[in-house]
Design a protein around this ligand. Structure first.
Ligand code: GDP
Ligand code: MG
Length: 163
């Protein structure tokens, strides 16, 4: 019954880094999910007295391009079906890649709220990197550094505003 927030995006953008940060900071329950080879893909998060379940859709790092693309598509489908809010993470140091457009094309079809989160904006000089991500055609774009812990509060404000 709690809202579900899913983090999607191509490998290496920082999904698990953000997930671990949020799961570690306010620990209610972090579950291990049976049958999944990775720990802690679901975490209970609370922000401004609102609770939600955060899902890291990452999974095992695939080895081939084909597997990466099919896994990303499947993750985006699952997020569209099950999530209440979708965090679409991209890499602000690398800029837009074809794989980002693949994900964007799927997410554009949903009516559910999608927040484009530009990660790896580790300092102010990188801030302008976020603007190119409006070209994904999803809508609102915000920047964070999951590693440095920057912009996380503003991102959470946006996320819970959709509940
Ligand atoms: P995932 O594959 O999307 O889950 O990405 P990971 O969380 O595994 O991170 C991929 C790489 O990006 C790792 O080397 C992280 O340390 C690095 N990374 C994650 N967040 C940031 C960030 O905010 N800034 C920088 N510079 N690197 C980051
Ligand atoms: Mg990951």
């Amino acid at each position: 019954s709690k809202p579900i927030v899913a983090i999607v995006g191509r490998p290496n953008v920082g999904k698990s880094t953000l997930f671990n940060k949020l799961a570690g900071r306010r620990i209610s329950i972090v579950e291990d999910t049976p049958g999944v080879t990775r720990d802690r893909i679901y975490a209970e998060v609370e922000w401004l007295n609102k609770k939600f379940t955060l899902v890291d859709t990452g999974g095992i790092e695939p080895e081939s391009e084909d597997v990466i693309l099919s896994q990303m598509r499947r993750q985006a489908e699952i997020a569209i079906e099950t999530a209440d809010v979708i965090v679409f993470m991209v890499d602000g140091k690398e800029g837009i890649t074809p794989a980002d457009y693949e994900v964007a094309n799927m997410l554009r079809k949903t009516q559910k709220p999608v927040l484009v989160v530009v990660n790896k904006i580790d300092n102010l000089s990188l801030e302008d990197n976020k603007y190119e991500f409006y070209n994904l055609g999803i809508g609102d774009v915000i920047s964070i550094s999951a590693a440095q812990g920057l912009g996380i509060g503003d991102m959470l404000d946006e996320i819970v505003s959709f509940f």
